[in-house]
Design a protein around this ligand. Structure first.
Ligand code: MEV
Length: 423
């Protein structure tokens, strides 16, 4: 029997769950129990979460960790991270501590402008269109006055509008390419509202508006974070060899896309975790970051490394369109907590914090990869996860951790060892 349903959104939460259990889980009662187990006991808080999206039936927990010991431009931070992957928070914390005694992280915002576009079709003469655009430019700005009023008070607004001829790529296709400053808000709603108001003003019988939407490609909303020290200060048995291999690993990611994607994925482990913790839009950040990594026409590393005059330098340049006001940042109590933990940063400061988290994560990954290998640390965490799943007590855990020192951890080997101890 078909399970296509009409009016599902109108059902109550209980009814939705019941429908789901009946149609997709053979009415197993455990399913309903699991779904309800994750409801918050505080009904008001649950309602708040229910209302974020549509058809909410429960909550999906993610661990919320903190990475202390970050020093960015001389200021100390503890960074909140929401991530399901083990080792990410540990790696960030370790690297933060490491660099805290080597001058910390230096970060700067390079630019903060965002882009929105009105895409339209026009079959007439380009110079006539240009004339029409020039005659309309002021009206376009005026059409957004109600929307931009508050933003302008905060120092933002529309910076520029350009007519772009794209007819060489697609017949009749033009754009109004609009540049915005949205200060401390991510500005998606602001930008889209401005664009729609402008499109309405711009429309006439021979101009067919296709769509009006912000761009998540924000190469002019750019931040840079860096660490540097004398090579000897890197420590370890052979700091020169370490620095050399580390930089080679970065160079490989600069020329080899298969490696670059994984390299950048590791960077995003750190960045996405802070994006989530602060209630920002991780899909927008991901899309923008990877597009920026491909800006040369080849997908490349977002971090770079240099050794010259005895100094090791490692840095990241990444576009990050973030908000510290509006959206989920003020609605979600945990997002608010994260921003408070970060000492209520401006969007610019948050850009620097996130770039630092990404750089730290990449440093940790490359340090592990070019020395002991990545599995060493991962497997230690993996071992703990397996032991927790098995319900091992602290004494058994210690025995098993000691046993696996220097040995290969696999799920079956851990289970076997656990059974042996429990005999
Ligand atoms: C795993 O989540 C991330 C790494 O693969 C990143 C990297 O290889 O650089 C360790």
């Amino acid at each position: 029997m078909s399970k296509i349903v009409s009016g599902f959104s109108k059902l109550s939460k209980e009814e939705k769950i019941h429908w789901l259990a009946t149609n997709y889980f053979n009415s197993q009662p455990e399913i309903i129990e699991t779904i309800k187990q994750y409801w918050n006991v505080d009904e008001k808080l649950q309602q708040l979460h229910d209302d974020f999206i549509e058809n909410t039936i429960s909550n999906f927990y993610m661990p919320y960790g903190v990475a202390p010991n970050f020093i960015i431009n001389g200021k100390e931070y503890v960074i909140p991270m929401v991530v399901e992957e083990s080792s990410v928070v540990a790696a960030a914390s370790l690297v933060a501590k490491f660099w805290s005694s080597r001058g910390g992280f230096k970060a700067e915002v390079l630019s903060t402008t965002k882009i929105g576009q009105i895409h339209f079709m026009f079959q007439g003469n380009t110079s006539e269109l240009q004339e029409y655009f020039m005659s309309k430019k002021e009206d376009l700005i005026n059409a957004t006055a109600d929307i931009t009023k508050n933003m302008e008070k905060r120092g933002g607004g529309i910076l520029d509008i350009q007519l772009v001829d794209k007819t060489d790529k697609l017949s009749d296709y033009y754009q109004l390419h609009v540049t915005f400053e949205t200060v401390d808000s991510m500005g998606a709603n602001f930008i889209n509202s401005c664009l729609e108001a402008m499109a309405k003003e711009f429309r006439k019988e021979d101009i067919e508006i296709v769509m009006s939407i912000l761009s998540n490609y924000v190469p002019e909303c750019l931040v840079r974070a860096e660490v540097s020290c004398k090579i000897e200060e890197l420590g370890g048995e052979n700091p020169h060899k370490f620095a050399e291999k580390f930089c080679q690993a970065v160079q490989i990611a600069e020329i080899e896309p298969y490696r670059a994607v994984t390299h950048n994925k590791g960077i995003m482990n750190g960045i996405d975790a802070v994006v989530l913790a602060t209630g920002n839009d991780f899909r927008a950040i991901e899309a923008g970051a990877h597009a920026y990594a491909s800006k040369s026409g080849h997908y490349k590393s977002l971090t770079h490394c240099d050794i010259s005059n005895g100094i090791f330098r490692f840095w990241i340049e990444i576009p990050l369109a973030l908000g510290t006001v509006g959206g989920l940042t003020s609605l979600h109590p945990m997002a608010k907590l994260s921003l408070d933990m970060l000492q209520k940063p401006s969007a610019r400061e948050l850009m620097m914090i996130m770039a630092t988290a990404g750089l730290a994560q990449n440093f940790a990954a490359l340090r592990a990869l070019t020395t002991k290998g990545i599995q060493h640390g991962h497997m230690k965490m993996h071992l703990m996860n397996i032991l927790n799943q098995l319900g091992a007590n602290d004494t058994d855990k210690q025995k098993i951790v000691d046993y696996f020192e220097g040995k290969t951890v696999s799920h079956s080997a851990v289970v076997e060892k656990y059974k042996e101890i429990k005999k």
